[in-house]
Design a protein around this ligand. Structure first.
Ligand code: F0G
Length: 425
């Protein structure tokens, strides 16, 4: 079975009116009602021994190839994505007061964020569709990832980013991989609106998370968590939310495992947004069944500085169906969580990722997560993408003369060089 793709049938389906579409066409939203599309597999086709095939392959996105919607596995565009570690956090658990806390470190992916899971599938799909130009709008990670996968595939890449509002490391990645980087004098939401229109009127393949094939790659993180917990499912998944694709992808992954009988229970999905960019949290807390968009989103977590999340309907569905919740956290809580994770667990994440830890701390304090529950926080991107934010908060290392005495003297002055002295903003 390994290497040879079992043919599994799938189609595109509108999440609103249920209209079905052939997956071999370039389409992002329903032609009838304009709603989002989802890739749907005929799960009754899944062979009973699928797990045996999976077990024989390394933990990675393509381990689960039978449930990925491409037909050319041998010609996949891959950089070795997925297979990220699931770390049990003893010291952080003690601090927070939880017994079973794990973090899924998606910063270990090839370009340093979870986006690579989506791009390996999305760019493979682009080639299957005969597309030779790809594009996205991005708060940074999507552009870094798409630029790398487009380079790998040998196709042209165009990225639109909000001018001056993405972390330097991410911009650097898009540049070195040879993407055409266009800074838009506006925010992410405006950039996305523009790129969606351009991809509609030109033969350019859109690889934002409105593209349902990308989310198929991202759902494999749910499969990995189940495998890493030896077939068990956590009680809660805590995940930062921006454009709301990733939380939807995880839920789809767990639902598929449930439907094919590989798990008995489902986790509760908990989305975390930054206070200044929290359209979903604000709207659900008000009891609305639609989303009031935030016009001028602002947060130190630039990756999730999004006011009009395109996948909000899928995300709200995931939260409600799983009996989960959505919470918002302040920039101060985000930065404190980033420091805690780095200094208690040795894991350096970018601020958006730390939002999941900040949200967890808040929910534990509010009594909404029980101490005995098993919780997995998703750490979406690596800290090295955004070093400026750290440098701005912490004291600069002290400088001394190049003598033994001076160094010993500096070591003795513990209070000044103590690791972790925190200077609040
Ligand atoms: N965490 C990080 C590090 C991100 O880069 C993003 C999204 C998210 C969380 C939120 O994921 O959008 O699926 O809800 N970044 C996108 C980008 C928007 O352009 O890189 P989401």
């Amino acid at each position: 079975m390994d290497g040879e793709l079992m043919k599994m049938s799938f189609h595109l389906e509108c999440i609103g009116c249920g209209s079905r579409y052939d997956p071999d066409q370039v389409i992002y939203t329903c032609r009838r009602c304009g709603d989002l599309l989802s890739v749907e597999f005929d799960l009754s086709d899944v062979p009973g021994n699928i797990e045996d095939a999976w077990r024989g392959r390394p933990l990675s996105v393509w381990r689960y190839r039978e449930l990925l919607p491409v037909s050319t596995f041998e010609r996949r565009v891959s950089l070795g994505e997925g297979g990220t570690s699931l770390n049990r956090c003893i010291r952080l658990s003690d601090k927070i007061g939880l017994k079973n806390l794990y973090v899924k470190n998606e910063g270990e992916n090839p370009t340093g964020s979870f986006k690579d899971r989506g791009m390996t599938v999305g760019v493979t799909k682009a080639l299957e569709l005969g597309m030779v130009r790809v594009a996205c709008a991005s708060t940074g990670n999507t552009s870094a990832s798409l630029a790398a996968y487009a380079a790998r595939a040998g196709i042209e890449c165009i990225v639109l980013i909000p001018s001056g509002k993405i972390a330097f490391g991410k911009l650097t990645q898009a540049i070195i991989h040879g993407a055409k980087v266009i800074q838009v004098k506006g925010n992410f939401d405006e950039a996305l609106r523009i790129v969606r229109r351009i991809c509609h009127t030109h033969r350019i393949y859109l690889l934002n998370s409105v593209n349902p094939f990308r989310l198929e790659g991202q759902k494999t993180a749910a499969f990995e968590i189940r495998d890493q917990l030896c077939g068990k499912v956590p009680d809660k998944i805590v995940i930062p939310v921006g454009n709301a694709g990733n939380i939807s992808a995880y839920w789809k992954g767990f639902m598929e495992l449930h439907k094919i009988g590989l798990i008995d229970d489902l986790p509760q999905m908990i989305g975390i947004q930054a206070e200044g960019a929290a359209p979903i949290a604000n709207s659900l807390k008000k009891g609305l069944d639609f989303i009031e968009f935030v016009e001028n989103p602002e947060t130190v977590a630039t990756a999730i500085r999004i006011g009009s999340p395109v996948n909000w309907k899928k995300a709200v569905r995931a939260i409600k169906e799983s009996r989960g919740t959505v919470e918002k956290v302040s920039d101060k809580e985000i930065l404190e969580a980033q420091r805690l994770l780095a200094q208690l667990e040795g894991i350096f994440v970018e601020p958006a990722s730390a939002a999941s830890i900040a949200g967890l701390i808040r929910l534990v304090n509010e009594g909404l997560i029980d101490k005995d529950e098993t919780v997995v926080c998703i750490l979406t991107g690596h800290g090295l993408k955004d070093p400026d934010i750290v440098v701005r908060q912490f004291a600069r290392p002290i400088e001394v003369e190049a003598t033994e005495e001076a160094v010993i003297d500096a070591i003795m002055r513990k209070e000044k060089i103590a690791v972790g002295v925190h200077y609040s903003m």
